[in-house]
Design a protein around this ligand. Structure first.
Ligand code: SER
Ligand code: ZN
Length: 531
């Protein structure tokens, strides 16, 4: 990628330069910098250059200059080198550089969208232009044709010295690369590859189980979006599914239970990568700016007088500190953050079932299959690369048995785009078979559609890296996770087998206390009667 930087800055000095240094001394200083300092580290003929300068300001205490450069010594790096050197140069004359003002900073990037054009001519280009309407720290974006087919993107930055120190221009260029990458993947379907398919099973139901459960009063839509209240019967089924998971998978594989937090502060999502793209799907959490009752009095009063909650007023009095549990495992990692694990405790296997997960789903809300609030058991395992991969296989083996033998489902397993890449908005990145996600899907007879009802993922060193967790031996620490959605398990089971317990397998009935093998006949609890 060909890049050109053009920077105009104003170095403000602590005293007048007039009479302190002669123009010819400055000319000589600049010439020397252009020849040496601003070329350092760049291939021959490349680097940065001061192309213009002038002493200015009412007292002659400013020096204005313009630097142009290529990608080898970026103009802002050149500016910092120059500032330091100029400080030394003036120091001998008892004048210092006080501050730097950035008057103008333009970056021109060669913007060849070959891949995009293939995808669909003008439309794709328009799409790309659309996506680049706005960039942080950029005042203006221009896309212009240069020689022939070539196009160039001209960014006019709004940054100050602190922004340059934070390397905003470098991060912007990286962002552009990522956007380009994402655009080239857009429209290409996500990865999906069949790994395993169960035998055909007998179905006993052809309705939508959510509708049927609602009709029978087992569940009711709650007050919130994509949220349900599960009555005693449905809850019994959920707990039975959970029991199957615990006795058939967690226990024999040596899992211990933990309780993971369900409020996730930004700090965690920065480390987990979710901060890169969770925004359209998060349930945001806000806290009061102060718990001073006086600060809140007008809100309470407004409600008392109008019967309406003044949401706009509230927005001004709160601060967004993070979100509700989304992927479940990220906040667990704070437990290990910055630590070194003893080799002897590996592989570690823990699970959490302590609360709800929340996602703002788009139009796709449907029954208990796609929800804004759902219940999931999350399994997390850690170890060396080999241990983590080995354990993923054991887990997959256990799940196969549960679905085929205990729940008697018709299902399949597929290798898909890893959930963490999808959630970071990097779904297009081709994943190796070493790291990635296996999804479990089951057919819903009432719609003929396949529903993903759980996953097993090997996440590589993503989390240990993000949360700075190390291993005693110095070997790479890896991890994996697996999310078991209870609503999804129930949706699949009930869609295939129906709501009559006689049609459920004896092992599942036993787990639900409904008279399985060698058990007394029990019934689903009937608690409420309505008039
Ligand atoms: N953390 C994984 C996910 O969010 C598995 O539950 O999909
Ligand atoms: Zn996870």
């Amino acid at each position: 990628m060909n890049i050109e930087f053009q920077l105009r800055a104003n170095l403000k000095c602590s005293g007048s330069l007039r009479g302190t240094v002669s123009p010819s001394e400055i000319t000589e200083f600049v010439r020397a910098c252009n020849a040496g300092l601003l070329k350092r580290g760049a291939p021959p003929g490349c680097g940065a250059k001061v192309v213009w300068w002038q002493v200015a300001g009412s007292e002659g205490e400013e020096i204005w200059l313009e630097i142009v450069s290529d990608r080898f010594v970026r103009a802002h790096d050149a500016l910092f080198r120059l500032k330091k050197e100029f400080g030394k140069f003036l120091g001998r004359r008892r004048v210092g550089v006080r501050s730097v003002e950035i008057e103008e900073y333009e970056i021109a990037v060669e913007w060849d969208e070959a891949g995009e054009r293939e995808a669909g001519e003008g439309e794709a280009e328009a799409g790309l232009r659309l996506r680049l309407k706005k960039l942080p720290f950029v005042k203006e974006i221009k896309q212009e044709a240069v020689a022939g087919e070539k196009r160039q993107l001209r960014l006019s930055l709004a940054v100050d010295e602190a922004g340059l120190e934070q390397r905003i221009p470098d991060r912007l260029l990286k962002l552009l690369e990522e956007k380009k990458e994402a655009a080239s993947w857009k429209g290409k379907s996500e990865h999906w590859e069949l790994l395993f398919e169960s035998e055909k099973k007998q179905f006993y139901f052809e309705k939508d189980p959510t509708e049927e459960m609602a009709r029978r009063g087992w569940i009711k839509h709650a007050a919130g979006r994509g949220q349900w209240i599960f009555g005693p019967q449905a809850t019994r089924i959920f707990r039975a599914l959970e029991r199957v998971l615990l006795t058939e998978v967690c226990k024999p594989l040596g899992y211990e239970e933990m309780i993971f937090p369900k409020f996730v502060p930004w700090e965690v999502w920065k480390r987990s990568g979710h901060a890169k793209g969770i925004y359209p799907e998060a349930y945001y959490v806000c806290t009061p700016k102060t718990r001073d009752p006086e600060f809140w009095e007008e809100v309470a009063d407004y409600y008392k007088v109008t019967g309406e909650v003044p949401r706009e007023k509230i927005m001004q009095k709160i601060e967004c500190v993070g979100g509700l549990c989304y992927a479940q495992c990220p906040p667990f990692w704070v437990f290990l953050q910055g630590k070194t694990l003893a080799d002897e405790c590996l592989p570690i296997k823990v699970f959490d079932r302590s609360g709800t997960s929340h996602r703002y789903e788009s139009g796709g809300l449907h029954g208990i299959e796609r929800l804004d609030e759902f219940h999931r058991v999350e399994l997390v395992w850690l170890g060396t690369k080999e241990q983590v991969q080995e354990h993923a296989k054991e887990l997959q083996e256990r799940y196969r048995r549960v679905f085929s033998e205990v729940l008697d489902l018709e299902w399949r397993e597929a290798w898909v785009t890893p959930w963490f890449l999808a959630q970071e908005g990097r779904a297009g990145l081709a994943a190796s078979k070493e790291v990635g996600t296996a999804d479990y899907e089951a057919v819903l007879p009432y719609s003929g559609k396949w529903l993903e009802f759980q996953n097993v993922s090997v996440n590589g060193d993503k989390y240990p890296k993000g949360f700075s967790v190390k291993l005693q031996s110095g070997a790479e620490l890896w991890s994996g996770c697996s999310g078991v959605g209870l609503e999804r398990w129930a949706a699949v089971l009930l869609a295939q087998k129906g709501l009559e317990k006689e049609k459920w397998s004896a092992r599942f009935r036993a787990a639900a206390g409904l008279g399985g093998e060698g058990e007394r006949e029990g019934e689903l609890p009937e608690v409420f009667k309505f008039l």
